[in-house]
Design a protein around this ligand. Structure first.
Ligand code: ZN
Length: 74
């Protein structure tokens, strides 16, 4: 599955399916009651714009993390 990432240096969007999940603490709810995944995603391949391997918090990503409801049930 490809996710959409934003380069924080150039503020440009790219897609990548080559990432790994770090610090996965599962699903949390924010103060507004929205579900979010408390985890970090680290790119395995360099950013196409600045060549850094960015790390994002899951809540920064533009796509909702797939299968949140299923994770919470499990
Ligand atoms: Zn970048």
């Amino acid at each position: 599955m490809k996710f959409i990432f934003v380069c924080p240096k150039q503020n440009r969007v790219f897609e990548s399916a080559d990432f790994r999940i770090l610090d996965n603490r599962g699903v949390i709810r924010d103060t507004a009651g929205n579900k979010a995944l408390d985890a970090k995603l680290a790119l395995n391949e360099p950013c196409p714009f600045c060549s850094e391997k960015h790390v994002y918090h899951a809540t920064e990503l533009q796509c909702p993390f797939p299968g949140l409801d299923r994770i919470e049930e499990g």
